[in-house]
Write a protein of this length. Structure first.
Length: 583
């Protein structure tokens, strides 16, 4: 295996920009012909210059989905709205949403969605519009999301717990034309200068029946994830990818799994999409966990034991908390564990459950989950590809690596997202031509995850960059470092992760000659003002000089080791999550 594959740096010296017939752009090594359906642009040069050219808007062709998505043969419907409409017709009097308030039947839910569609239409929302959503988990949220999906508009989850500056950036960067917010969050989201309405106002309209207008290639949602530039980036996922994902999960899970699905994840975490859409496109019931600001594992465990949902999904840390809180599972239930690395002790514990348990893996850019592994005792794996994903292990020259050797995971097929909103260069860098697909002009996503194939199953090894998972939240260490570096007196900032009792802990080191305590407080204040709480390190330490390796690079390993026995944590903010928090 080449060093390039280990460092996620392609080894080719010269590159060219390439374009397919749908206007998608990327880069390809200059010394080899691009895959079928891709054509060169400009002349060969270094990779940075090729990416600059590929990142420019296409002056002729309108960007569209990758042909590998368009060629997907398993598509049963053009949009999620069509599947929901079929569920309404199949079981109008069945409970669709079970929440703390009165349950909603499919007929009542469809009426509420129709009212919201009318309200959105009168506010100018059309096919292709983008609408930000800041609503607590519950029936109101589900109604608005289904209305937007049916209208062919993309929704953008914005979490009101995030700092106002971050919310404002996301709303503006997504080019949202409207924000739908619960009344108590209106003041926060209104700062972006975008028109705001509430779910209640959308219901003040007659329930005109609107047919689904969304096309398979329309964007269903834009999900913002941490970005290394200091700002989050929006991943655009099309209806076709979402439909292919739901189809793949239906093929993976037991037949009864979609009958009663627990909706317990915040919408800003893309795995929540499965929790409300899988049941509502299968004539099942979405069992809503209440939103109380701080959602404790004990409360969720009690709901699991009382409501007996057929499917429960959580991160490894979340499942550990649920089990510790007394959650009980039966042979009739299915559990999905994903969003972070599964430890061997937890895998052994999950394998002992009578439920069907899968360890699932996938980045947001590959539409939620791309692989699955039936959990059993022993070394955890991430398994094999789901039906909508092509998964390849490649070296730095995009060549498959032999079984047992490490390679970077690339994901192709209908799972691949459309790209990053407004980030042409980054899209060209991470969404590259797929030489292994049967369709011409196909793309695959470079995950930055290193794995190897053992006995026909993928085993996750590590990241190739500075992206990590903290309790299921995808965190770019570079974003933390960029924000910290804006504080006066900080020369360099380095964020590292170390394990404390099996839990990943963020530790930030800043190089400065300033007073350590004052500087640490200033950095902490800046981070809390700009970043979600999951991205604010628990420890911030100012040091005169960062340690270096023999090659003159910052020695992150030494910093991580130092973090294990570092100074006392930075004082906690007044607002704290309980120890059993799953939020």
């Amino acid at each position: 295996m080449t060093d390039a594959a280990m460092t996620n740096r392609p080894s080719a010296a010269r590159w060219t920009a390439v374009r397919n017939e749908h206007g998608r752009r990327s880069v390809w090594p200059a010394d080899t012909a691009p895959p079928a359906g891709w054509h060169r642009l400009g002349t060969a040069g270094d990779r940075s210059a090729a990416l600059d050219l590929a990142g420019q808007p296409d002056p002729v062709l309108r960007p569209g989905p990758a042909p590998s998505i368009a060629a997907w043969p398993g598509q049963r419907s053009a949009s999620v709205a069509e599947l929901f409409a079929a569920a309404v017709d199949a079981a109008p009097d069945r409970v669709a949403v079970q929440a703390a308030a009165a349950p909603l039947t499919y007929r009542a839910l469809a009426d509420a969605v129709a009212r919201a569609r009318t309200g959105l239409h009168r506010l100018g929302v059309r096919r292709g519009s983008t609408v930000a959503v800041s609503i607590e988990r519950g029936p109101d949220l589900i109604v608005v999301l289904l209305a937007l999906l049916g209208a062919g508009a993309a929704y953008v989850p914005v979490d009101p717990r995030h700092p106002p500056l971050r919310l404002e950036y996301m709303i503006r960067d997504a080019r949202a034309e409207l924000v739908v917010s619960t009344p108590r969050h209106v003041a926060v989201v209104a700062a972006a200068g975008t028109a705001v309405t509430t779910p209640q106002q959308l219901q003040e309209h007659p329930p005109h029946r609107h047919g689904p207008v969304a096309a398979a290639d329309d964007i269903a949602y834009v999900m913002y994830t941490s970005g290394s530039t200091g700002h989050p980036k929006g991943v655009e996922v099309a209806h076709r990818s979402l439909l292919a994902f739901l189809e793949a999960m239906t093929g993976l899970l037991p037949a009864t799994a979609a009958s009663r699905v627990l909706f317990s994840t915040r919408l800003s975490f893309d795995i929540a999409t499965l929790e409300y859409l899988l049941p509502l496109t299968s004539a099942g019931t979405c069992v809503v966990a209440p939103e109380t600001g701080v959602l404790g594992a004990r409360r969720v465990a009690r709901q699991i034991n009382e409501a007996a949902p057929s499917l429960v999904q959580a991160t490894p840390v979340g499942l550990q908390l649920l089990l510790d809180a007394g959650a009980r599972f039966t042979a009739a239930q299915t559990v999905l564990c994903g969003g972070d690395v599964l430890s061997r002790p937890l895998a052994d514990r999950l394998a002992a459950l009578p439920a069907t348990v899968f360890n699932v893996y996938g980045p947001t850019e590959a539409t939620i989950w791309a692989t699955a592994w039936p959990v059993r005792p022993g070394a955890p794996r991430i398994g094999g590809p789901l039906g909508h994903a092509g998964v390849y292990l490649l070296d730095g020259d995009l060549r498959p690596v032999p079984p047992g050797e490490e390679g970077e995971i690339y994901i192709g097929g209908p799972a691949v997202a459309h790209g990053y909103r407004g980030r042409g260069r980054l899209t060209a860098e991470r969404f590259v031509p797929d030489p292994f697909a049967g369709a011409a002009g196909a793309t695959m996503y470079a995950t930055g995850d290193i794995a190897r194939l053992i006995d026909g199953e993928l085993e996750y090894r590590r990241r190739t960059d500075t992206q990590v998972k903290i309790n299921g939240h995808r965190v770019e260490l570079g974003e933390i470092e960029t924000v910290a570096s804006t504080v006066a007196g900080v020369r360099t900032a380095v964020a590292v992760v170390h394990q404390s009792g099996g839990t990943p802990v963020l530790h930030l080191f800043v190089e400065s000659r300033a007073d350590p305590a004052l500087l640490a407080s200033a950095v902490q204040a800046r981070l809390r003002d700009r970043l979600p709480s999951a991205m604010v390190p628990g420890r911030i330490e100012a040091i005169a000089a960062l340690p270096l390796t023999e090659n003159g690079k910052i020695d992150r390993g030494a910093l991580a080791a130092r973090g294990l026995a570092g100074p006392a944590p930075v004082p906690a903010p007044a607002r704290r999550h309980r120890e059993d928090s799953m939020s």
